[in-house]
Design a protein around this ligand. Structure first.
Ligand SMILES: [Mg+2]
Length: 372
């Protein structure tokens, strides 16, 4: 398992319909930015983080992998994931400039590639390597029908189709208009269309302030909202705690948090009900496990955020006992040897050895961007 070569890559893959937006972001492609790690016996592991396909910042990530992490990894035993995570994450010069942002996204990609190698070497899917599946079926919720950029009529029809045609029992709708009445009107229309038995979560992507959230929640409670995701600015523990005290709607967050320490702060303040770690923003699988176990110890459910469109999280979710459901967005699945796919509202359990991160040869040639 000695590492001999590390090759960064950048893929830009189109999103559904050519463009989507939420309250904060508008994107046309999803960035799959990471590295292939090769061992002396010819085994290839793949890992990546997820970006908005901004080529300049994507190249900062691949430069960090190539120039900062690769020299620390060449010659190492790829199977020693914990020791290598500490070597990279706690390397004094990188710790000084890192622990969040570019260095952490790059670390996530590298750590995932090492776990992919370890699972491939063992000849088993990642969920099996971690300890086996703790549930026979894993429920999916559909985010791709609920973008803020979708007009109300299409939103309602898309939600209805997701439920009646595709078998989803859980959906998520974006909110965050300047006028909260617009969001309430859209949510009421969706609730009428899908009925009372479908789980409807909402996601504000950190747009609103505390008074706006309080006003909105007071009116939204009647719609049986499953959770309110990122209601407030991502790092604001105190305001999330205040909102959690003031409404019966559960608070969900975590997709913008970079470390287990950040999750600990939210949990300690009773500011979070659904814990949403993202393996591509934390320092990979090694740190994700810490967050999932922290949530389990507090008896809080884990609902991962799909920065890798659930290619890796489907393994982590089938394995981890506190994870009852997983986000589904179908943008990049067909770029992988084993797509993270859903049938009748449930994720298929991966069967291939590895972490689900191996791109197809076609995707590598069709979507590749230059590194410099
Ligand atoms: Mg979100």
């Amino acid at each position: 398992m000695r590492i001999t070569r590390i090759e960064p890559f950048i893929l830009h893959i189109p999103v559904t319909g050519g463009s989507i937006s939420d309250s904060t972001h508008r994107i046309s492609h999803w960035g799959v930015v990471g590295a292939k790690i090769v061992t002396e016996d010819g085994l290839e592991g793949y890992g990546f983080t997820g970006t908005h396909a901004d080529i300049a910042s994507d190249r900062l990530i691949t430069a960090c992998i190539r120039d900062c992490y690769a020299p620390l990894l060449i010659g190492e035993d790829a199977s020693e994931t914990t020791r290598l995570w500490i070597k990279l994450a706690r390397h004094p010069a990188l710790q000084w400039v890192g622990r969040a942002g570019i260095t952490q996204l790059a670390l996530a990609a590298v750590d995932i590639a090492l776990w992919d190698l370890k699972a491939k070497a063992a000849g088993v899917p990642l969920w099996h390597l971690l300890g086996g599946a703790t549930k026979p079926k894993l429920e999916a919720y559909n985010t791709d029908i609920g973008w803020l950029s979708i007009p109300k009529d299409e939103l309602v029809e898309g939600a209805r189709m997701a439920v009646e045609r595709d078998g989803f029992r859980r959906i998520k709708i974006k909110v965050g208009h300047a006028d909260i009445g617009t969001d309430l009107d859209r949510l009421e229309a969706v609730r009428r269309a899908v009925g009372d038995h479908v789980t409807m979560a909402i996601d504000g992507n950190g747009k609103w302030d505390l008074p706006t959230c309080k006003r909105f929640c007071a009116r939204a409670e009647a719609l049986d909202i499953f959770w309110f995701e990122e209601p407030l600015w991502y790092d604001d523990v105190g305001s999330h705690a205040a909102l959690a005290r003031s409404t019966s709607i559960p608070v969900a967050l975590g997709e913008q948090l970079y470390s287990v320490d950040a999750f600990r702060s939210f949990i300690a303040a009773d500011a979070i009900h659904y814990v949403q770690p993202d393996v591509t923003r934390l320092g990979g699988i090694t740190e994700y496990i810490q967050v999932a176990e922290l949530a389990l110890a507090h008896r809080l459910p884990v609902a991962p955020h799909a920065g890798e469109m659930s290619q890796v999280h489907v393994h982590l979710a089938y394995w981890h006992q506190a994870t009852p459901l997983l986000e589904y967005i179908p943008w990049i699945k067909d770029a992988f040897a084993e797509p993270a796919d859903v049938t009748d509202g449930y994720f298929l359990r991966p069967q291939h050895p590895g972490a689900g991160t191996t791109p197809t040869a076609d995707a590598l040639s069709r979507y590749a961007e230059t590194l410099a």
